[in-house]
Write a protein that binds this ligand. Sequence first.
Ligand code: TLP
Length: 350
Amino acid sequence: MSTESIIDLRSDTVTKPTPEMRSAMANAEVGDDVYSEDPTINKLEARAAEIFGREASIFVPTGSMGNQIALRLHTQPGKEVVCESRAHVMDWEMGMAAMFSGCQLRTVAGQRGILRWKDIEPALATTGLYYKAQTGLIWVENTHNMAGGTVTPLSVMREVRDGAHDRGLPIHLDGARIFNAAAALETDVATLTEGYDSVNFCLSKGLCAPVGSLLVGTAEFIRQARMVRKALGGGMRQAGILAAAGLIALEEMPKRLHEDHATAKQLAQALAKIEGITINPADVETNIVIFTTTFDAPGYVAALKRRGVLASALSTHSVRLVTHRDVDAAACLRAGEILSTVALDTFAAA
Ligand code: TLP
């Protein structure tokens, strides 16, 4: 099977840089960023801060690094970080909250990944019992990846932020896909993230840049973030070649995210008709589609791969598909047919 005919729905991280990005990368002005002398990085960081209405931002190689720098700066060893039970920081960041910052995660189950203040408040330890680990940070993920790209609405973003601040706690947003959330809510990221002490977002997912995330916050927070990034080995040199693609990702790509949301919905509608698969298309708000199967999900995913559709089995009975720029509506239609045919075979064999 040729690589062109493969429909890769494993993640939006698989997106390739656009031709405009490749040309901007080839022509990027660069310098040594550890000396803060890379003009393209400086431009990207200034623009990200402006778009988010913040004082400063820092370019980091990955969303995981941006999140971990924030976690380190907001906490001290022995503290608890309250997050949703299936948050990326819990499931996919290699235990780094413990390893790098000496913190433990206090998880709280949200409604489809969405945490309300009433869910968070009982999990806090901020006063009284000196012999209990104290809460140091509140952590929000919007959109919520493992809950199926669910969107925390603006009112809840504000409620949780105000609750944290009223208790004297900082709040971090893992906004890897915050532009998807903003697109779904028809708002802008500055409004949606207003007052969050730090926000991490990714250029390398639906925004199609090959590499990179940005962490935004106050000038002092970002000054300290530069030291932590360097300590982690993230002091990059002529990384303006990456920032050049990042600038296009930031300026141009948010405009088209609604297309990915439409193809995700289209896939969900096709899936809802398949015997042995459960999904409510109304639950699909952005570009992530998670469904459950009555049959063995890893076996189903392996069979799909043989037919040219790449998906991720999240567990024995659940599968994730993520739409993005490199799979258009026609490809999603074809994927829907293959998902159905292969499910019929798998279901019949089960
Ligand atoms: N998510 C990846 C995998 O790690 C699961 C994906 O394919 O969706 N926060 C959130 C909410 C994320 O979804 C991810 C990546 C990250 C942080 C980390 O970003 P990277 O991969 O750049 O370290």
